[in-house]
Design a binder for this molecule. Sequence first.
Ligand SMILES: [Zn+2]
Length: 381
Amino acid sequence: MRLLVQTGLCFIMLSCLLLGVNQENKHVKAATASSKPVVYLTFDDGPSEKTKEVLAILKKEGVKATFFMLGKEVKQYPGIAKQVVQEGHAIGNHTYNHVYAELYGSFANFAKQVMDTDEAIYQATGVRTNLLRAPGGTFGNFDQGYFDAMAKAGYIINDWNVDSGDSTRVGVPEKEIINTVEHSTLFNKTVVLMHDSSIHGESVKALPEVIAFFKKKGYQFAVLTDQVEPIQFRLAPSMKWKRPKVTAAETQTVVQYMNRTRTSAAIPPPNTQSLIVHAAGEEIKFEPLEYKMEAGTTVVPLRQLIMGLHGIIRLDMAGGIVEAMVNNESISWTASEVGGSGTSLPSRIMVPVRDTLQRFHYAIQKMTATKDKREIWIELS
Ligand SMILES: [Zn+2]
């Protein structure tokens, strides 16, 4: 096991990448630092029978994606929602029924749909997701009140910067979808909007070529997480909807819901359980006090995890960036992403275990928990 500590110059390139980001939006602060540009494929409005076809293609191509699901579809296809998680993809919340007039006619309705969907996703998959995508996107639908209330609750609102156009009308043909993607402006961090509802057979047909296009352009594929700075549209000067302002009480309802479902109180305290990650016949063991549960996410010391995976860690103390390399794959975090601030890295760098493993292309095969230990089995996917 090697531990390389480097400073300064080596990271000039990385720092430059950090600055290269879609400027359309004031909320976007920094792109994920990486040696390669990153594409996040996102599929909205599922799950449906089409999702299975999408999953088969993603598996064949060795690509992970993010699925923004509708609560009502999750209720109908809980098994498919679960399969999405089991195959290492991320799930986001896309409200319950997608009916614009209900969602954007009143924040109380919007919030209720988000909470109902959260519960549906949790029941089907065991995952509590903080990722949210507004049906139709935020532009003209979200006012500052919507943005603020959802952010206060801990939601990360994700719009996109490449629209595949697969939903501009019913039945947009495969060729047109591919053409739209190939002629879009691409970014160092590209978030592609696609759909996997039952009417999106053409999107499924287009998918292999969309993936091939990004591979050819040198992109790496990743899933959205709480740690990925979201693409958000700018606030529209006027709204498409007339509605009352978001009230403090309405905001409080979502904040309290999130507190109730995300705090450690909702999850058995880890301080009596050790955490064991089984990777290729090896065990990476975290003692009860070595890892933490934060907002429903298991957070572990980066160094221990990476060394257990026979990887390398590089610290750029001057730039405040930590980079980990496992199996020739490199991931970087800025100080603020790992609990530091500015360019100062914390003495103990903690990362979300599930997200980090997924970004290194490990799929979680199995998870178990008993009174005294929690175990995760992972495999390179
Ligand atoms: Zn949608």
